[in-house]
Design a protein around this ligand. Structure first.
Ligand code: DGY
Length: 332
């Protein structure tokens, strides 16, 4: 696109791979400024009023910020989750929201399963024992883990990522799988490989039966604080809790209580209510918690695929075409 009239103002608010940035720069006038970086905040604020397209992730695009962007036509998120965006304002102003479903499904399911395995088998804790020179005798029962194969898995959320975790559990580890979701999935149609291996369950029933509960939930008004004191109290003694969806779907105080005085044996957490996790959070060093720094989709291949899809979405939207992955802001 060489016509200067067709070149639009794009604000990149989190760094993109060089090849994707070059695609944007070939078509539009691009400013790169990450408002989380103190030295770039002024450039971000200066570019926002002119911006017709925004692309990035991990920064709240709220009503106050959108009010400073009167020319905005499209926001392209380099994420599948859209909880950082004020959906009502985007909807009322007719600003398109794009995201990156699909390309991160298997990688995020790999992360969740790795965290599940690490938590059940105490991989990080026992590796640290070796690294710190504390492996001076055979480990005893106090450091044994708990089996994964054959255990009952309870999945909170059964979208693409939940289903990918279910495949690993049911087909790879012989685990009976229960899932809780707003609607039961027609397995024969949507996931025939899981038919007969996975069952829809009410939340309370799932929590009472599962040995391992994995949360893979988006954050919405319906899921915020879904796991609270009542729900943790319903879990089996010795159960394991894994969260790879969004931190705020869990009441972290109730989780700590369930670890210290309730039924939970351990928790593996890739997401937290506040990220990065504040240094004084008890979850950071709790002996029963395996924490990760929100790495669900963080592989070279997948982060590049996400950036490429987000870039394509933005270019298509600014060219007046229907982008590959538009989020329906009315969906909630
Ligand atoms: C997503 O894409 O929503 C992942 O959680 C990374 O932010």
């Amino acid at each position: 696109m060489s016509d200067t009239a067709a070149r639009k103002k794009v604000l990149v608010f989190r760094e993109l791979p060089a090849d994707q940035l070059a695609l944007l720069q070939a078509a539009h006038v691009v400013t790169v400024a990450n408002p989380r970086i103190a030295t770039q905040k002024a450039a971000f604020d200066a570019a926002l009023p002119q911006a017709q397209g925004l692309i990035g992730s991990s920064y709240p695009i709220d009503a106050a910020l959108l009010a400073r962007a009167p020319r905005l036509e499209v926001v392209s998120s380099v994420s599948v989750g859209v909880d950082n965006y004020d959906l009502a304002t985007l909807q009322s102003r007719g600003i398109l929201l794009c995201h990156t479903p699909g390309v991160l499904t298997e990688t995020t399911a790999d992360t969740l399963f790795a965290l599940l395995m690490a938590t059940c088998r105490r991989v990080v804790e026992l590796s640290n024992l070796v690294r710190e020179g504390r492996w001076t005798k055979n480990i005893g029962e106090d450091l044994f883990g708990t089996d994964v194969h054959g255990k009952t898995l309870g999945l909170l959320g059964f979208g693409r990522i939940g289903q990918a975790v279910a495949r690993r559990a049911a087909l790879g580890f012989g685990m009976p799988v229960l899932y809780h979701a707003r609607h039961a999935v027609d397995m024969a149609q949507q996931a025939p490989e899981l038919a007969g291996r996975v069952r829809h369950a009410a939340l309370d029933s799932l929590l009472a039966q599962a040995d391992i509960v994995v949360a893979a939930l988006p954050l919405s008004p319906a899921t915020r604080g879904l796991m609270g004191a009542r729900e943790f109290a319903l879990m089996k003694p010795g159960a394991i809790f894994i969260n790879g969806g969004r931190g705020a779907t869990v009441d972290e105080g109730a989780l700590l209580q369930a670890l210290d005085h309730g039924p939970l044996r351990a928790a593996g957490l890739d997401v937290f209510a506040t990220e990065p996790l504040p240094p004084d959070s008890p979850l950071r060093t709790h002996p029963k918690v395996t924490p990760l720094p929100h790495i669900g989709s963080a592989t070279h291949e997948t982060r590049h695929a996400m950036a490429a899809l987000a870039t394509r979405n933005l270019l298509q939207a600014l060219a007046g075409q229907r982008p590959a992955a538009v989020y329906d802001t009315q969906a909630r």
